[in-house]
Structures are given as structure tokens and as C-alpha cells.
Design a protein around this ligand. Sequence first.
Ligand code: NAP
Length: 280
Amino acid sequence: MQLIDGKAVSAAVKERIRAEIEREGFDIGLAVIIVGNDPASRVYVNNKKKACEVCGIRSYEYALPEETTLEQLLELIDTLNSSKNVNGILCQLPLPKHIDEQKVIAAISPLKDVDAFSAVNVGHIMIGDYTFLPCTPAGVMELIHSTGTDVSGKQCVVIGRSNIVGKPMAMLLLHENGTVTVCHSRTKDLAEVCRRADILVSAVGKADFVTADMVKDGAIVIDVGMNRNAEGKLCGDVKFDEVAPKCSHITPVPGGVGPMTIAMLMQNTLMAKRLQVENG
Ligand code: NAP
């Protein structure tokens, strides 16, 4: 069994981005909006700001109070959409319940939508013409590539069908000619379906969900889950100690997919700058 080191792969990606930005002499800005006081969101936003520093991207943080209205948020996005200093805009999810997330996502200019959540960018991902990469699934693909595995013809099983992870994950595996099965809470005989996987990606959000009986010998297991266990420690979906000995490769949590998501966000921010330069 080999551990896939997400920290090392993400450091290499960020280093490549930093070198490209330096070579092209780009001045790039990413606006990060956070609404309310969710501690997990605060950690993610801080990590994104740190990654910006590493890559040589300016980050502009907009920390808004919990009671911010949809109208106020849309007004800010409107200003950022037309700002020359801001090349990418991300609004940290989840938003407080009184704000319609879809309206916020739709308001971000598709040329600055570095999370690739808007309908336009999701459409590009479906077609396989990547304007912006879906960050978490693209990070997973980089980790799979780092093992030297060719996805073509492999049985790929994705557990989870969210718009942010499961569905775009399935698309990226399909674009690389994997034979893809997407599982969800209504899937029958889940363990049996998962046991077919050469590549198993879990994006469920439940600790200890993937057990050894669900994994084929020699499979690659990618754990997207970010959960807290009974002791409050960060953990994934996979029961690591019993699954790891069966795998050819496996990602740890933390230190697997998480750092890759942020590296792909940096990649998209560079891409946004290029697009905006091309579009005048
Ligand atoms: P989500 O929107 O809650 O989706 C969870 C998916 O799991 C749903 O499709 C759900 O099925 C499925 N599911 C739930 N219970 C199941 C069961 N018993 N059997 C089979 N499928 C089941 O979550 P998400 O946003 O995709 O995130 C998933 C996990 O990834 C979370 O832990 C999240 O924190 C983590 N995450 C990590 C990163 C990262 O950078 N590492 C990024 C994003 C998310 P239904 O559709 O039928 O309800």
C-alpha cells in the first residue's frame, strides 16, 4: 500500500503556478467573501489566503456579518465583477440560511467564477471544455495521476452525487475514459458496487463509512470526506486502518484531497487572469 501525499502534490502544483505567474509578470487578485462566523469556513478561507501568498496572488477578504442580506451581497459581487484588480471571486459556502446560494453563484461573472459553480462553467465541465476546473474533483484527478495510473478502461465508482463533488468527479473520470458508476443514498447493494471499483472515490460526509468489505484488493481509494470523529478530530469517510492494507494507493485525511482543492483554486485564478487578458 502506498500513501498518496496530497500535501506534496499540492506544493508542487502551487510552485508551478508561482513560477508561471512570475514568468508572465501577472498581477493577480482573488476576492474571498465570507458571510457569518462558521469556524470551518474561517479555516478554509485562511488556508486559501495562505495559498495565495505562496503563489504570489493578492487576496482581498470581505468578511461580512451573519445578518448581511442577499441584496447587499449581490451589490458587493457586482462591484467585484467590474473591478480591474480582482480576477477571481469566491464566496465561501455554506451561506447563512436566509441567503439563496444559487442567486449568489449566478451573480458572479463566469469569467471570474474560480470555483466553477455557475451554470455556464458547469456546462463547460460537462462538455469537457475546461474554462475552470471543478476544484475538488480536479484535485482528485491530479492525485490519481500522481500514482502513474491510467484511468482509461478502469472501473471507477464515485459515492456521492453533489453538484460540488460527486457529479463533476464522475464527469472528469468519464472524460479520461473511465467506466463510471455514481452511487448515492438510494443505491442498492452499495458494498457490492464498490467492490467492483479499481478507483473508488468517496464523497459522502460520514466518518467510517467505507469499510474493508467495500474495497477490492489493489484498488485506489480516494477519500474526499471531511468529518469530525467522536474526539472532534478531522477524519475522512474511509475506515483507514482496515481499508489501507487492501489498497494499492490511498489518500489520508488530513493531507490528501483537502490541500489539492486549494491548489486547483489557485490554478483557476491564474486561468481567470489569462482569460481576462485575452478578452481585453
Ligand atoms: P453532500 O452534498 O452532503 O453529498 C453527500 C452525498 O453522499 C449525497 O449525494 C448523498 O446521497 C450521499 N450519501 C449520503 N449517505 C449515503 C449513504 N448511506 N449511501 C450512499 N450515499 C450516501 O456533500 P458534498 O458537498 O458532496 O461533500 C461530501 C464530503 O466531502 C463532505 O464530508 C465534505 O466536507 C467533503 N468535501 C471535501 C472537500 C475537500 O476539499 N476535501 C471539498 C468538498 C467537500 P443523496 O444525493 O442520495 O442524498
